[in-house]
Ligand binder design. Structure first.
Ligand code: TEU
Ligand code: CA
Length: 537
């Protein structure tokens, strides 16, 4: 039983929207806030009760909104502050909530703070960023190359952990902490219900110790941001590449007053790839083992777990470890049952609910992402262009960022204008209209699964018991609460017989509409059934 602080949070069902690619309302080929408003009923019907909105603040879009030039205004392409207020009202009118994406580690170099800071050491903003006469170390940018850039205006080097135009804020400067707290309060005032916090582990650094993240003041800073009683119970999820549960405890233990939960990326890092651009022949078994490891760990420490496999930085997981061609429906639905009926808060990335798979492009011109472009250039220095493109197709973040496919018309129903980035190469096969018209619909399966979860508290806070063993090529677990027990059976890639040690009612959910829980399971077949009362002891 999860501690009371998180009980309510288990009811969140969060859909992540990459606004640039979700829905375009004005025909300029770029998704926008009014486009999101048009699709709220589609999300409500799915069973979503909150959206995590990737950054929509003013930005030159070198990193598509993660390079912010004004935290208190909306980027022109997405609309106006009035549109944002309309979105918040439209969500709340439907009983839905909004989680904003806060980016506290860095700003765009076009932010007023940076433009002031570069003017010199006597400027009030001088120490908002890290400035050195010489590069103090050999840190590298996540997007390739050095993390230090010489600024001719100031005559010094500044730190950028990501793009050259994303300058890291110096959180050891109390004025930075104060400024970021005021931004959080500004959006709380606007009515937002929570924050996803970008690279939260990087806001405290220790240059002397060579640490560009998890510095000595990290928890102090997070507590400054979210530990206050600002009169509103916020839901906060930190993007934080923790390696072990101790770090998660330091962030999320109920009495910490820091974060509600974390995105930890253990399974993202290790399922189906050796590194971001090199595939590894894994199966759902690898995903199961990582998911169950973190289930046990978060259960042990009474922490709230975030359940996800996809986001805007990762190509679709079904294309990495399952079958996104002839078994795409089965793969997408089986993975949903594996992941979202465990204990935690479900995060669904746009397109997962229609079984979106990876795309494949024949030209680097079809890509936009700064990390992708920089990586391709670096690859081409040591390998043929076609090998470089193959790796880019596998690992590029753009594989999650092409326009959402609403139908098979021109531009996929996303826009009446030319989309800002290439359409999905399979959009005429994989789109909302085709999925809803199919006998077997991923959307309808997701909707039924979320309804089952919503209507049965056993899936929110029930005890987890794993019945399958680590060697089994399938996953069987039960959830139990107040004498009620449900079984979840997820077969992996091969057909095989599965039998349970107890009897169940007819499956309440099954991706291939099976009648019973025991028997021969097809590849990626899953079933969810209530255990009969006699066998619940
Ligand atoms: O991502 C942080 C992060 O870890 C990414 O750099 C990720 O590892 C990346 O895809 C490299 O493989 C966050 C945001 O999710 C990402 O979209 C931003 O580009 C990044 O921070 C900088 O704000
Ligand atoms: Ca638009």
């Amino acid at each position: 039983m999860l501690c009371t602080k998180y009980q309510d949070d288990l009811r969140w069902v969060i859909y992540q929207i990459y606004p640039r690619s979700f829905m375009d309302s004005n025909g300029d080929g770029i998704g926008d806030l009014q486009g999101i408003i048009q699709k709220l009923d589609y999300l409500k019907d799915l069973g979503i009760n909150a959206i995590w909105l990737c950054p929509c603040y003013k930005s030159p879009n070198d990193d598509n909104g993660y390079d912010i030039s004004d935290y208190r205004d909306i980027m022109d392409e997405f609309g106006t502050m009035a549109d944002m207020e309309a979105l918040i009202d439209a969500l709340h009118a439907r009983g839905m909530k909004l989680i904003m994406d806060l980016v506290p580690n860095h700003t765009s170099t076009s932010h007023r703070w940076f433009q002031e800071s570069r003017k010199g050491k006597d400027n009030p903003y001088s120490d908002f960023y890290y400035w050195f006469d010489e590069k103090p170390n050999d840190w590298k940018s996540v997007f390739r190359g050095s993390a230090w850039e010489y600024d001719p205006v100031r005559g010094q080097y500044y730190l950028h952990s990501f793009a050259v135009s994303q300058a890291d804020l110096n959180w050891d400067n109390p004025a930075v902490v104060k400024a970021m707290k005021e931004i959080v309060d500004f959006w709380i005032e606007k009515g937002v219900d929570g924050f996803r916090v970008d690279v939260i582990d990087m806001i405290s650094k220790d240059l002397g110790a060579g640490k560009n993240s998890f510095g000595p003041r990290l928890h102090e800073f997070i507590h400054e941001l979210f530990g206050r009683e600002n009169g509103k119970k916020l839901f906060t999820v930190g993007e934080c590449w923790v390696k072990d549960i101790d770090e998660m405890v330091r962030h999320c233990a109920a009495e910490r007053g820091e974060l509600s939960t974390l995105f930890q990326f253990d399974h993202i890092e290790k399922c189906g790839r050796y590194d971001k651009f090199t595939p590894k022949p894994d199966t759902l078994k690898t995903l199961r083992d990582h998911l169950l490891h973190w289930q046990r760990e978060t259960e042990k420490y009474d922490l709230l777990h975030s359940l996800f496999t996809d986001n805007h930085d990762q190509p679709p997981m079904i294309s990495r470890i399952a079958n996104d061609r002839e078994k795409r429906y089965e793969s997408a639905t089986c993975m949903a049952a594996m992941v979202y009926l465990l204990k935690g808060v479900p995060f669904i990335y746009q397109g997962q609910e229609i079984g979106r798979a990876a795309a494949h492009y024949d030209s680097i011109d079809c890509f936009n992402d700064i990390e992708t472009i920089n990586t391709y250039r670096e690859f081409c220095e040591t390998m043929p262009a076609e090998e470089a493109l193959k790796r880019i197709n596998f690992g590029s973040r753009d594989n999650a960022r092409h326009p959402m496919e609403w139908d098979d018309s021109e531009n996929g129903g996303f826009s009446t204008g030319k989309p800002w980035i290439a359409l999905h190469t399979r959009y005429q096969e994989i789109n909302v209209k085709n999925d809803l018209a199919a006998d077997r619909s991923v959307y309808r399966f997701y909707r039924a699964l979320l309804q089952l979860r919503r209507e049965n508290d056993v899936f929110l806070d029930g005890d987890l018991q794993v019945l399958s063993s680590p060697d089994d090529p399938y996953m069987i677990f039960t959830r139990s609460l107040k004498g009620e027990k449900w079984a979840v059976i997820c077969n992996f890639e091969n057909e095989q017989p599965i039998a349970l040690p107890f009897s169940c009612e007819k499956p309440a959910l099954s991706n291939l509409n099976r009648e019973g829980t025991d028997g021969l399971y097809a590849p990626y077949e899953c079933a969810v059934a209530k255990v009969i009362a006699r066998d619940c002891q």
